[in-house]
Write a protein that binds this ligand. Structure first.
Ligand SMILES: [Zn+2]
Length: 446
């Protein structure tokens, strides 16, 4: 997500939207409590820009991880459920607040696999943004507002997503593009396959009458999309992307995990990471043309492809492992690009914002439970205090030991969901030091 720095005039409205989204983020307990582990989703959805609505069907492929499972619970945001089926037969279901409880009709044994198909429709208030005047539609963060799923970061799954969009639009989506098939009703079915399991909050797409510029860096195809910019301008806006990819890959010790990376300049959203692409506001893109050094937000979103997307917080209590990391890594990129003073400025800005919150008695431990209703202060804790604490750890360990620890942490947990204990353990194994008092002071205590 965006660091929500007040860099643009949109920052406050964006912040509000993000707070709403985060407030609505369901956090179901772990797979054992859920009774299922979702392996993959196969979904077809139809967004309607004019009515700001969406309808869809999703096959939820899951493995049973409990004995004699008779019900499953899925997140549905505010979607209306039309029909739930297994093997073609209708299943009984009931609606809970933001959730759907399905009666399986008979006990399902442990380790069996099954597919439940859910048909739904709704008018997402958030999670999907409609800009009919610009012919743009895109998703943002709160996936269960447009796709019935397990909306929790620890249940990583594959996705086969088909989105029916008006003809003539370009779109970015998760993983690899499979096909673009005209539907005969003025729509084109864009189909993507995300074959590496990722967290559902990273699912999404962005579509509009975009201009496209293609590039390549090593093994990675690059694509830049924007409306209202020329291809030449897109090239200038995103000219640091290849350098960023190299920098983060070397800091992570892991190559960029997908074949392609797309950056889309959308109508309003300030910044949002997704699987294999990111969205930035076109206002930010315009600002970059005048101020090419303002790459922090772009770097933040790209850093998420490793810290947040590849290595993901297990639940929202450990959200700083996504957001504190991305904020810190953006500062580290600025250090490499513009020199140590640029890094110090970013860290000092983070420290000051954290200090303001601390003086207002808004400080919290970095690991905290109640992310269900986060305040602006909570966000500062997760983003800015998180980045500042990583800087302090870097100071304590020295560059060689610190970055070796980051590489150990990232390579050991690539593709997985993690807790703060995993991070501490990696840093301790790498440094051969006990970091208990550091973590106690800066991470677990306010
Ligand atoms: Zn972020």
């Amino acid at each position: 997500m965006t660091p929500a720095m007040p860099r643009t005039a949109l920052a406050w409205s964006v912040l509000l939207v993000l707070l709403l989204l985060a407030a609505e983020t369901p956090a179901l307990a772990q797979a054992g409590v859920r009774g299922i582990d979702v392996v993959g989703y196969v979904a077809t959805i139809r967004p309607d820009m004019q009515t700001r609505s969406v309808s869809g069907t999703v096959d939820v492929h899951f493995r049973v991880v409990a004995d004699g499972l008779t019900t499953i619970v899925l997140d549905r945001g505010e979607l209306a459920i039309e029909d739930v089926r297994h093997d073609g037969k209708r299943l009984e279901f009931e609606l809970l607040p933001r959730r759907l409880r399905v009666q399986l009709g008979r006990p399902f044994g442990r380790d069996t696999s099954a597919v439940v198909t859910v048909s739904y429709r709704g008018q997402p208030r958030f999670g999907m943004q409609f800009h009919p005047e610009r012919r743009q539609v895109y998703t943002i963060f709160s996936t269960s507002q447009w796709l019935v799923c397990i909306d929790a970061p620890d249940d990583k799954a594959t996705l086969d997503l088909t989105v029916a969009l008006p003809a003539g639009l370009l779109a970015a989506g998760p993983g690899a593009l499979v096909s673009e098939q005209p539907g005969g009703d003025g729509t084109v079915a864009h189909r993507w396959r995300q074959s590496r399991p990722v967290s559902t909050f990273l699912y999404g797409f962005a579509a509009g009458p975009f201009v496209q510029l293609d590039g390549r860096h090593g093994q990675t195809s690059l694509r830049y999309l924007g409306a209202g910019q020329s291809r030449d301008e897109l090239g200038r806006i995103f000219d640091t992307t290849p350098d960023m990819l190299d920098f983060f890959a070397s800091r992570a010790g892991v190559s960029y995990p997908d074949d392609a990376y797309t950056q889309v300049l959308v109508a309003q959203t300030a910044g949002q990471e997704a699987s294999g692409f990111s969205m930035l506001s076109e206002a930010y893109g315009r600002a970059l043309l005048n101020e090419p050094a303002g790459v922090s937000l772009m770097a933040h979103e790209l850093a998420h492809q490793w810290w947040g997307n590849l290595v993901t917080c297990e639940d929202w209590r450990h959200f700083w492992l996504n957001e504190g990391f991305a904020t810190f890594m953006a500062a580290a990129y600025e250090e490499r690009r513009f020199g140590p003073e640029a890094y110090r400025e970013q860290i000092e800005r983070a420290r000051q914002r954290y200090e303001e919150v601390r003086l207002k008695d808004g400080d919290k431990a970095l690991v905290f439970a109640n992310w269900d209703r986060p305040t602006a202060n909570d966000r500062t804790v997760v983003y800015q205090k998180g980045a500042y604490v990583l800087h302090l750890l870097r100071q304590q360990l020295g560059d060689d030991v610190f970055w070796a620890g980051i590489r150990r942490y990232t390579t050991a947990h690539a593709g997985r969901s993690v807790t703060t204990e995993d991070f501490q353990r990696s840093m301790e194994e790498s440094s051969r030091m006990s970091l208990g008092s550091f973590f106690e002071n800066w991470v677990y205590r306010r």
